[in-house]
Design a protein around this ligand. Structure first.
Ligand SMILES: [Zn+2]
Length: 354
């Protein structure tokens, strides 16, 4: 319920002509506020705990408005700041309706061009804000460790140098989504390690290119799993080392089999399918932003399990306006590749002689 009891009582007491009048007012306000950027700021005023970014305990007071945003004064720092400080709304010109539509499109795995068309902004602008949101989502529930029975598997995605400048490009780009399975797993594939425990706690980590090594498994799972847990994996040797070192029980399901006793890898396979669907719907993703997108798949799964379907868009909206993004717009373009490009180039020229 969004409305408070007092408001409901007031409406209840109105006579029919007053209700008609109120309805007109509400209709016009709904339209006006949906298409206004300032509505986002009104939301912030209601939802945000405001404090000085230097120190939460600093003494602050309200200090007028600037471009529609509530301004504050910190007595300790002797500085003023606005409510949009550090939030995704700081330089955003999106209206309430545009931002909500963006989040709906993200939830529905819409590709950039479709989202851009629905919101009425450029593809570049959609790309930049999406990546900044995805980047910030890594912090959501990130301190939860996986425990109990944990299914782990790897997924391999063809490398894509989309968005990389020409001079850094190691080779002529080929068609997106081409999945070269004939020669097995090569350095031309990016490895993603996915782990899900019996409580639906989920981890999706992009760890490099080529087949999953002990080092890559270590990189993905180290300090993320409670000791004495059980890992259920395929028959890859790289997991044996990791489990011995970290005091974990290991159940390995041989190729061709689906379960051993009650142990399966069905749940982790479901996530793999989700990742495939996502990449397909998005029409291919650049390798450098793969982790960003994986953050979103993980986040989407959390909200899908914890929030009623009809309330998801609103919940995502409130969460988004409150997040503190670490990534500035210009930094979106300097995201590192998840593997060493020079090593990749060497591997590629050795293999193809180019
Ligand atoms: Zn301060």
């Amino acid at each position: 319920m969004f409305m408070d009891e007092k408001t409901i009582n007031t409406i209840n007491k109105m006579l029919p002509p007053e209700l008609e009048e109120a309805k007109k007012l509400i209709d016009s306000l709904t339209k006006l506020k949906s298409n206004n950027r300032l509505t986002n700021l009104e939301y912030l005023e209601v939802k945000k705990d405001v404090f000085c970014s230097n120190d939460k305990t600093h003494h602050i007071k309200k200090n007028g408005h600037k471009n529609g945003a509530q301004r504050y004064w910190c007595y300790d720092c002797k500085k003023s700041f606005t409510i949009t400080n550090n939030t995704i709304l700081k330089y955003s010109k999106l209206t309430y309706h545009q931002l909500k539509t963006l989040l709906k499109c993200m939830y529905d795995y819409k590709p950039l061009n479709e989202t851009a068309l629905e919101i009425g902004i450029s593809k570049t602008a959609v790309f930049e804000i999406e990546i900044r949101i995805f980047d910030a989502l890594k912090n959501i529930n990130s301190n939860h460790k996986l425990k109990g029975v944990i299914q782990v598997d790897e997924k391999y995605i063809s490398t894509s140098f989309k968005g990389l400048s020409e001079e850094k490009m190691p080779r002529i780009s080929r068609h997106n989504g081409e999945d070269n399975r004939i020669s097995g797993i090569s350095n031309d594939q990016v490895c993603i390690i996915v782990a899900i425990d019996e409580y639906d706690e989920l981890l999706i980590k992009v760890v490099g290119n080529g087949p999953a090594s002990s080092l890559m498994i270590d990189q993905a799972l180290k300090n993320k799993i409670e000791s004495n847990s059980t890992l259920v994996t395929d028959s890859k040797n790289s997991y044996i080392d990791f489990c011995n070192k970290n005091n974990l029980k290991l159940i390995q399901i041989p190729a061709g089999k689906h379960k051993i006793g009650n142990y399966t890898i069905n749940d982790v396979n479901e996530i793999m399918t989700e990742i495939s669907n996502y990449i397909f719907e998005k029409r291919g993703l650049s390798s450098r932003h793969l982790q960003h997108h994986m953050n979103f798949i993980r986040y989407r799964k959390i909200i899908k399990y914890t929030i009623e379907y009809l309330e998801i868009n609103e919940a995502m909206y409130v969460e988004t306006i409150l997040i503190i993004p670490n990534l500035k717009t210009k930094d979106v373009y300097s995201t590192e590749m998840p593997f060493d490009i020079d090593e990749y180039k060497k591997w590629y020229s050795d293999k193809y002689g180019k």
